[in-house]
Design a protein around this ligand. Structure first.
Ligand code: NAG
Ligand code: NAG
Ligand code: NAG
Ligand code: NAG
Ligand code: NAG
Length: 274
């Protein structure tokens, strides 16, 4: 009733008929990974279109979307006008032909303070009873996560599959991270989110990723077998060489009595020169 009266008053005061349309409801700015999106609810008339604008502390309202039928407008592609420390207000009005509703404004939003940090991308590689966690930072629409939040940490939660109740958490800044001395032949699950400790903000959780550890004994056992095989081969080669050489010697130097001078010559030239 109050809105209705206000609208009537406005229309009468300005003597125009631009107020005939109901305005959109619940206009609010949202931000995820440094985007800037104005969202609103329909006034109930599906035939209307919308025009959305935004301003900041340093520039006046400028258009984002003109005559769109969507219930949101993404201002991020006007990237040159956005900064990660900027404070913005959005506004939207309904339109049909030449008719327009009044503007509806959102509350203010400051990107670096209000944006929701998305999940990091997590991959696991197991080697023996150790597990390497590789983390890729979420991709921001403007700037880079490390440039905006250089103190950002990873809150890593991991547990043996089926024992989520006994999950352990660690807060680290380095990447990759190695979990050492896990139980052999067990599946471990990991999820990670970005944590900004100074203002207690937490990003979205990554998907849960699981990976199985290998057998603790496998590597030393393999090594032992390999060195044994190598030793056997070496011994075999030596034995064969010795046998071969003996036979060769007897072939090249038959045990026939030869004259002393001849024997010396053959011995030197044929056998020991071999
Ligand atoms: C942006 O819009 C708000 C709300 O209408 C207003 O208070 C503020 O002065 C505007 N800023 C600029 C720079 O126009
Ligand atoms: C908005 O779009 C509708 C349908 O696409 C069109 O009929 C109307 O003339 C447009 N209005 C303006 C102001 O561009
Ligand atoms: C932005 O964050 C401030 C402080 O955390 C909060 O009061 C405000 O409601 C938030 N604004 C939006 C649009 O989310
Ligand atoms: C995560 O990283 C993997 C491997 O680089 C890639 O294939 C996948 O698309 C990424 N997922 C997301 C959500 O970015
Ligand atoms: C890390 O994440 C876990 C699980 O979400 C949570 O219980 C814990 O409080 C977080 N730690 C910090 C320091 O934010």
């Amino acid at each position: 009733m109050r809105t209705f009266l206000t609208v009537i008053t406005l229309c009468c005061a300005t003597k125009v008929v631009l107020c005939a349309l109901d305005e959109p409801r619940n206009a609010r700015l949202t931000s995820w990974n440094m985007d800037l999106v104005l969202r609103w609810d329909s006034p109930g008339d599906p035939a209307v279109h919308y025009t959305a604008e935004f301003n900041s502390t340093v520039f006046k309202f400028r258009p984002g979307c003109v005559n769109t039928s969507a219930l949101y407008c993404d201002f991020t592609d006007e990237a040159s006008s956005l900064t990660v420390y900027g404070t913005y207000i959005g506004r939207v009005r309904a339109q049909r032909g030449q008719e327009s509703s009044v503007w509806v404004e959102s509350g203010p939003l400051t990107l670096d303070k209000n944006t929701t940090i998305g999940p990091p991308n997590v991959t696991l590689v197991s080697h023996g009873v150790h597990m390497t966690i590789n983390i890729r930072d979420p991709v921001f629409r403007i700037s880079k996560m490390r440039e905006v939040y250089n103190q950002a940490s990873y809150n890593i939660t991991y547990w043996k599959e089926g024992k989520e109740g006994k999950a352990q958490s660690l807060i680290v800044q380095q990447n990759p991270v190695v979990l050492s001395d896990l139980e052999p032949l067990s599946r471990y699950c990991v999820k990670v989110h970005i944590s900004l400790q100074h203002n207690h903000r937490a990003g979205d959780e990554s998907r849960v990723t699981c990976e199985k550890t290998a057998d603790r004994e496998r590597t030393p056992w393999l090594e032992a077998v390999l060195s044994f095989v190598v030793m056997v081969m070496v011994v075999t080669v030596v034995v064969v060489a010795v046998l071969y050489r003996k036979r060769l010697s007897s072939f090249l130097c038959p045990s026939v009595s030869l004259p002393q001078h001849f024997k010396e010559n053959v011995f030197v030239n044929k056998c020991f020169s071999f």
